[in-house]
Write a protein that binds this ligand. Structure first.
Ligand code: R5P
Length: 338
């Protein structure tokens, strides 16, 4: 009888090692691939510094640290310490599995003097890990992660999974993207399930202040609107879109997002406006309904596990002219200029 790992073609010596808060996702991943699940101990010293101890044997193994990067500022140093510890202890390869990748939106200088944090963050990650695997990173002005990250990256897409969920759960869906950038997700979802789709127009006035305008959607009245987006961050894009739809005679929308960040009380404000709100489990949240472990396990299993010159990749990227010399836009950080 073959094991699941043989079935997936996975390397024998792989350790899935969760950072705190990622244990459930890591267990699903390890189960999917038939891989060993590791453990670590972390705590704060009284002075606020971080203690990290890896409790599993990592020597000669491919170690996949599992850490979604929602609200990254509190735990990022801990993640880097764990990566360094795994390498010190003899891991053959140290990878980052980050179902949600943070710091993707401040990818240029919108106001004079701003830090381009996408760039800095990519440099930290590229200096500590051998590979990065993530799902639907917020790529707008960069076509791929490779201009930012010098290590090999795998970018997976959740749209087919969201599409399958919608096909199974929603009768007569009309897929709606809340802004032009969501076209890439809503068109993919609509094409997969043979549903119509439309995209709204959004203007962002500030971190929490967005204005959403609807085109005339009257020809689709009677269909169930499904708002689909990559990320609910402040949540206001979806809240504004959900508020507008009934004004054109639609029933309350279903919302389907990849990354359920839902800052502050945004979920509580959005939920009453919707028939249902669902998300993938890239970020643990009560709306999680679509699991990503199987998608990620397949990608891990097919990635090369022994690249001879990984050290060559693991270095800070060179400064990029395009970013360094970018002009300043008087536009807030979260979305691209119109
Ligand atoms: C924008 O380009 C994205 O696709 C999301 O619509 C946006 O980032 C959501 O942000 P928020 O939830 O803060 O409105």
């Amino acid at each position: 009888m073959t094991t699941r790992s043989e079935h997936l073609g996975a390397p024998a010596m792989r350790l899935i090692l969760p950072l705190p808060g990622n244990e459930t996702f890591a267990r699903h991943l390890a189960d999917e691939g038939g891989w060993e699940l590791g453990a670590m101990e972390t705590r704060r010293f009284p002075d606020g510094e971080t203690y990290v101890r890896i409790l599993s044997e990592v020597k000669d193994k491919v170690v996949d640290l599992v850490c979604t990067l929602a609200r990254p500022d509190d735990g990022f140093l801990r993640l880097i310490f764990a990566a360094d510890a795994a390498r010190d202890l003899g891991a053959r390869q140290v990878n980052l599995i980050a179902p949600y990748l943070s710091y993707m939106r401040q990818d240029r200088r919108f106001q004079p003097g701003e830090a381009v944090t996408s760039w800095s963050f990519a440099r930290f990650v590229s200096s500590s890990f051998d590979r990065l695997l993530t799902v639907d990173p917020h790529l707008h002005r960069y076509p791929a992660l490779s201009p930012l990250y010098t290590i090999p990256t795998d970018t997976l897409h959740a749209a087919p999974l969201l599409a399958d969920w919608i096909a199974a759960e929603v009768d007569k869906p009309l897929i709606i993207g809340p802004d032009e950038e969501s076209d890439q997700w809503v068109s993919a979802i609509a094409a997969r399930i043979g549903a119509p789709y439309s995209v709204l127009q959004k203007t962002r006035h500030g971190d929490r202040n967005v204005e959403v305008r609807l085109p005339d959607l009257s020809r689709w009245r009677g269909l169930q609107p499904v708002l689909a987006d990559d990320i609910a961050s402040s949540g206001n894009t979806l809240i504004e879109a959900a508020r507008q739809l009934p004004l054109q005679g639609f029933v309350r929308p279903v919302v389907a997002v990849v990354h359920a960040i839902f800052a502050e009380d945004s979920f509580q404000r959005l939920a009453p406006l919707c028939a249902r709100v669902v998300s993938t489990d890239s970020v643990p949240h009560e709306s999680n309904a679509v699991g990503l472990a199987s998608l990620i396990a397949r990608a891990i299993a097919s990635a090369p596990d022994d690249e001879g010159d990984l050290i060559r990749h693991r270095r800070p990227p060179e400064p990029q002219d395009e970013v360094e010399q970018a002009g300043c836009h008087s536009f807030p950080a979260s979305d691209p200029p119109s």
